[in-house]
Ligand binder design. Structure first.
Ligand code: 5GP
Ligand code: ZN
Length: 116
């Protein structure tokens, strides 16, 4: 477990979360402060700081995170109209929780990718 990591604590069941899908290696749960009608976080249960570390260290697990995200998108009815899947990474990427997580966003038009 990452030292005092919020998402490791969710994996451990120490902090409650609304879990929508669990696999042996991944977890998907609703974001506590949703930025779209559907906003789900998808994580590997194992602690990796960010998507680059995960993808380079354990590409199979990165694939499992994407697979869980795709299944959840389907279950949430997002595949017809589309959705956004994103990994904020590092300070310029706006990452606040340093346990890699994919944001699965959908349920309405999401607007431009970036505000300038
Ligand atoms: P980041 O900014 O690191 O890409 O995204 C972190 C996300 O975690 C934010 O969207 C934030 O709302 C969400 N978050 C922060 N604390 C909690 C929590 O305790 N539970 C859940 N479910 N989401 C959280
Ligand atoms: Zn962690």
């Amino acid at each position: 477990m990452g030292v005092d990591c919020l998402f490791c604590r969710i994996v451990a069941g120490e902090i409650p979360a609304t879990i929508v899908r669990e696999t042996p290696t991944t977890l998907a749960f609703r974001d506590i402060d949703p930025k779209a009608p559907t906003h789900i976080l998808v994580i590997p249960k194992e602690h990796y700081v960010d998507v680059a570390t995960l993808a380079q260290g354990t590409p199979e697990l990165a694939g499992e995170v994407l697979q869980t995200a795709a299944l959840v998108a389907e279950e949430e009815g997002l595949t017809v109209d589309g959705f956004r899947l994103m990994f904020n990474t590092g300070p310029y990427g706006g990452q606040e929780v340093f346990h890699v997580h994919a944001h699965l966003l959908g349920g309405a038009p999401l607007g431009p990718m970036l505000c300038r």
